[in-house]
Design a protein around this ligand. Structure first.
Ligand code: FPP
Length: 265
């Protein structure tokens, strides 16, 4: 029997929800938000208009994820590479947009019982942005529902470098590196995501078939869903469609599938 429709879903979302098995929802969804620039170009608008519209998509997607009971959602907002490859005016706009988003969203996050957290090299961000981030995190830290993690100034290789340094540092404090024992659990404990389960589903918008240095360790067994929809057009309905597709897949974790190993992977 299907459970009751969660409160707050639109009619289209409720229809899509009815196609899902509520017992097999992903525990953690990660999203590579891409296509803001192309969305703007198609409308003959400046790139920053695409980012502004992208913030609306963040709002819709986050609310729907929380309403249907997804425990963790991680959004790739700014990669470390973004700083180097975009004009300073665009980077400054993105920083200002992030500050405004954080200020405006805290009441909505609280209404939806969402806890806000971050991954990435936060200390390299402008000080005023770091202060606003801390403020928003503190203001939502008492919430017990969905964990929303924004990846800001994030890169997976930098995360691994930081994890290995942290491992070595911890060993040096604790009997010396001669005693250092490195295994998968030890590495996972030193990642930024040590409090989160690995994502079951990673979504990439705007049709690109790349992971772009996002959660490379954690996505080892994730189902990959790529949609041609550009990020500013992405809404809760698209999230539900992605979950529908996810539920059609058979997850094997390297074991044999029900077809006795043909196509196992
Ligand atoms: C990719 O579009 C997206 C980003 C650079 C960053 C994502 C930022 C937002 C969604 C804005 C708001 C975010 C928050 C958390 C408030 P692109 O510019 O790379 O698009 P393109 O590949 O079409 O040029």
């Amino acid at each position: 029997m299907h459970l009751k429709t969660p409160a707050g879903l639109s009619r289209k979302e409720a229809e899509l929800w009815a196609t899902l098995d509520p017992k097999r929802l992903p525990h953690h969804i990660a999203i590579i938000m891409d296509g803001n620039g192309r969305w703007a170009r198609r409308r003959h608008l400046p790139r920053i208009a695409g980012h502004r519209a992208g913030a609306q998509a963040v709002r819709s997607t986050t609310e729907t994820a929380a309403r249907i009971g997804i425990p963790s959602l991680t959004l790739y907002a700014f990669s470390t590479e973004n700083w180097l490859k975009r004009p300073p005016t665009e980077v400054n706009f993105l920083m200002a947009l992030l500050k405004r988003y954080l200020k405006q969203e805290v009441p909505t996050l609280n209404n939806n019982n969402i806890r806000l957290e971050y991954i990435g090299r936060k200390h390299e961000l402008p000080e005023d942005v770091q202060e606003r981030m801390q403020w928003a995190q503190d203001a939502t830290s008492g919430n017990t529902g969905m964990r929303l993690t924004l990846a800001l100034n994030y890169s997976a290789r930098a995360e691994l470098v930081d994890a290995f340094n942290s491992l070595v540092h911890a060993a040096a404090q604790n009997g010396g590196v001669g005693h250092l024992k490195v295994d998968e659990d030890a590495i996972a404990r030193h990642l930024y995501t040590c409090q989160l389960p690995d994502p079951d589903l990673v979504i990439r918008t705007s049709g690109e078939m790349r992971l772009s240095n996002f959660l490379l360790w954690q996505l080892a067994y994730a189902e990959i869903y790529v949609t041609p929809t550009l990020w500013p057009d992405f809404r809760g309905t698209h999230l539900l469609e992605a979950i529908h597709e996810y539920q059609k897949r058979e997850r094997r974790y390297g074991g044999l599938g029900s077809d006795n190993g043909h196509n196992a992977g």
